[in-house]
Design a protein around this ligand. Sequence first.
Ligand SMILES: Nc1nc2c(ncn2[C@@H]2O[C@H](COP(=O)(O)OP(=O)(O)OP(=O)(O)O)[C@@H](O)[C@H]2O)c(=O)[nH]1
Ligand SMILES: [Mg+2]
Length: 404
Amino acid sequence: MDAPLVQTCRHVWLTAPGPGALAVVRLFGPDALSLADRVFRPSRQPERPLSATPPRRPRLGRLGTFRSPTPTTPTGLTDNSDTHNHNHNRVEVGDEVVAIRFDDDPCQPSQVEFQGHGGLAARQAVEAILEAAGSRPVPARVWRIETQGLTTIQADAYDDLAYAPTRRTAAILLDQALGALDRDLDSLERLEADDPACAADLRATLFQRFEVGSRLISGWNVALAGRPNVGKSSLMNALAGHARAIVSPQAGTTRDVLTVPLACDGWPMTLFDTAGLRDQPSDDLEAQGILRARNAQTQADLVLLLLDSSQPLEPLDLALLHTYPNALLVATKADLAPHWRAEDLPTTRKLVSLSALTGEGLDRLLDRLAQRLVPNPPPAGSAVPFRIDHLTQLNRTNRAKLSG
Ligand SMILES: Nc1nc2c(ncn2[C@@H]2O[C@H](COP(=O)(O)OP(=O)(O)OP(=O)(O)O)[C@@H](O)[C@H]2O)c(=O)[nH]1
Ligand SMILES: [Mg+2]
């Protein structure tokens, strides 16, 4: 077997690992085509290597590690004697693939694409052959920057786009992939000299949008809180659309912290159901549940404090109003006769009244949640910093201004 060439060829997987119809890998770099010739044998006319095929014309063939390159006669004509047994000099068999050259653009480095079968094993076989031939795997962002001419911000946005949990967050990341944030950072640099006040406004807006940008993948954490039996688990189930948590009339049913992913007006969030809070837990198990509940509530971006409107208010309800002064207040069991009204609460905070049983008020709650989590949604097409590095860049333009 030939020793691997010292190559300037790297490869990038354009499809995610795991089950799927196709696995697509791109080779790029000055030696991409010669490496492709070494590992790819066309099924028809194997004597005509990929390098003799015009760009963008697909060819079906087999990947493998071969003993010798595609045979040709000394005159350059094809040696057909090997046509029928060309597989015999194959040492290691790889996937059956479609191979396409992409090297007709003088502005881009030479590229070859292999489209193979999806699934981990087929992909691993291709990976092993490419690496044995001297190619090095790189993350997609390197390929995007070097071959597609993208900025690091655009490449990162495409990377994150693959993890966007909702269409709304995907749209924001696509805007950045198409250059929205780069454009504003460029404007910012120009404005620093021409119109410092305008630059300061733009910088402040971008800093503020990072509150949304930093949550595009992870979303927001929202924790339920309240006395036992106020209807926390019932609300979680109603919002999730399935019976995620056990519901029962027995106080102290929920012990562990349970989560469900939700989207609220297109914003991703994780809802945490927790044990009911009370001063005198019935046993150690409940006490541990309450400790976990408190932790989840402390770490959450927003607490939904539930008060049972079908029961008299208790001192603990009032204490919880005090403990969670920024909580969104929810009056539960609106389908039952009320024992108290919003005016009876020692607070002017707005209250959302709902019934997990009938679904009444759930839409209102989701609207209110979205307003609380994202009070100023970025307009469509606008620049949104989405990684901490982007704040560093914003600070850098500011420092340049201050020291200038
Ligand atoms: N009528 C009515 N009953 C409800 C509603 N929500 C919950 N319930 C009932 O209230 C009882 C307690 O509900 P859960 O959802 O288990 O209450 P919880 O706050 O999770 O209770 P713990 O886990 O013990 O803290 C159950 O019998 C539910 O069926 C509602 O909107 N209307
Ligand atoms: Mg519960």
